[in-house]
Design a protein around this ligand. Structure first.
Ligand code: AMP
Length: 403
């Protein structure tokens, strides 16, 4: 069986999925797994296409001290116990910087270019690149593809991409990129199949998970995002603040004497729902807590989401439909209802029964359509990987025929 391996590596976990490729180039998910607790309590868990458990085992800490070791263990398990030897590996890479507006086959040169963007995504990029490096060293002929969270947003108009700072900084790469692009691309590709009447129109997609952002789509292309230079901007998130006056950071540096790396740590790990509630970064926990601080954090999230939707509606000059996706967007009936209630002025009116049963379309007839669409970033990565593999194969064939 031909397969594509998809890898999403974080600081203490490696998530992976295996897709089978049939003779017509169609992909079907076979295995979903992760090695988490890297460097603390490593554990490999995996399930099959139907959710059947394939593995759940703990490892001694010395066996899995870092992300490349986690990928090695997952790779050995896939090869030895599942007989999976992938044709290629697709990686989620958070930042493609100004250079990459699409996925790319990786070599050492590409990795060193991507490494330059590590400072733009310090909590993600180095961990995304570590398994690529280790596979390049150990399996140099295995094709690897980097798929970026920024790429889908790369053809924004300049007016959406610039900051109002001296232009030379834009040329250096200080500009608004936008993130969660693989998720938005999946939604944009799904809309023509499931809601063709609005797919070419103006759609606001809310990716509400532990990382959260919104994207304005016009005709299936991203024209605006709530995230910017880094994945800190826009909506409040589990541990990130979302939009914040840069004056607050100057205050922290000058009054509290915080260094750049302390401010960075603070912004990525201590803010958002966690900072506001002082209880948890997890929306479910906050909703089940009786503490007023938890209720305030939830209300803040709803308020800022609706505010940002208003901004994107202005970018689009109107809205033809909304889509909710990711952990909170796909699962929380009450958050969807509360955000929608604030968007009545845009013609939004949810049907509580349809919303309560997580229907595909949750809006009342005759109002602005609102959809719930589960995202699938891994499928996008597998598709990009397969299509680059295919174009490499086709150009090698052409070269063979010419020579
Ligand atoms: P993600 O990063 O997309 O996996 O989303 C994670 C977030 O989704 C966490 O804050 C979870 O608490 C939240 N979440 C998942 N299921 C629910 C639910 N049923 N109600 C509220 N929040 C949820």
């Amino acid at each position: 069986m031909d397969t594509i391996l998809v890898v999403n590596a974080g600081s203490s976990s490696v998530k992976f999925q295996v897709f089978a490729v049939d003779n017509d180039g169609r992909l079907s998910r076979q295995i979903k797994g992760q090695v988490d607790g890297v460097g603390s309590r490593p554990r490999l868990r995996a399930s099959g296409a139907a959710g059947d458990k394939l593995a759940d085992r703990a490892y001694p800490i010395q066996n899995i001290q870092d992300v490349p070791a986690a990928l090695r263990v997952a790779g050995e398990w896939l090869r030895d116990e599942q007989q999976v030897v992938p044709l290629a590996v697709g990686h989620r890479v958070v930042h493609g910087g100004p250079d990459y507006d699409r996925s790319v086959l990786v070599d050492h040169n590409v990795v060193s270019r991507l490494d330059r963007y590590s400072m733009l995504a310090p909590l993600h990029q180095p961990h995304n690149l570590a398994p690529i490096r280790s596979l390049l060293a150990n399996f140099p002929s295995l094709p690897q593809v980097a798929c970026f969270d920024t790429a889908f947003h790369r053809d924004h108009d300049d007016v959406a991409d610039y900051y109002a700072i001296p232009r030379r900084l834009h040329a250096e790469g200080v500009r608004r990129y936008g993130f969660h692009g693989l998720s938005y691309e999946y939604i944009a590709k799904t809309l023509p199949k499931v809601a063709p009447e609005i797919a070419s129109g103006r759609v606001i997609v809310a990716h509400l998970g532990s990382g959260a952002s919104m994207c304005a789509l016009r005709g299936g292309r991203s024209v605006e995002s709530t995230m910017g230079f880094t994945a800190l901007d826009g909506l409040p998130m589990g541990t990130r603040p979302g939009q914040i006056d840069p004056g607050v950071l100057l205050y922290l540096a000058s009054t509290k004497g915080m260094s750049a790396s302390e401010v960075q740590d603070f912004l990525y790990r201590e803010c958002g729902l966690k900072g506001l509630s002082g209880i948890s970064n997890d929306m479910r926990e906050l909703q089940s807590s009786g503490e007023p601080e938890a209720a305030f954090a939830v209300e803040y999230f709803v308020y800022r989401a609706a505010l940002n939707a208003g901004m994107l509606a202005a970018a689009l000059q109107g809205v033809d439909a909304f889509v909710f996706t990711a952990g909170i967007g796909e699962n929380s009936v009450s958050i969807r209802a509360r955000i929608a209630e604030r968007l009545g002025w845009l013609g939004v009116d949810l049907d509580p029964l349809e919303n309560g049963r997580h229907a595909f379309q949750i809006s009342r007839a005759g109002t602005t359509p609102v959809y719930v669409i589960p995202t699938d970033e891994e499928l996008m990565i597998a598709q990009h990987t397969l299509s680059l593999l295919w174009s490499r194969y086709s150009s090698a064939k052409t070269r063979e025929q010419v020579s």
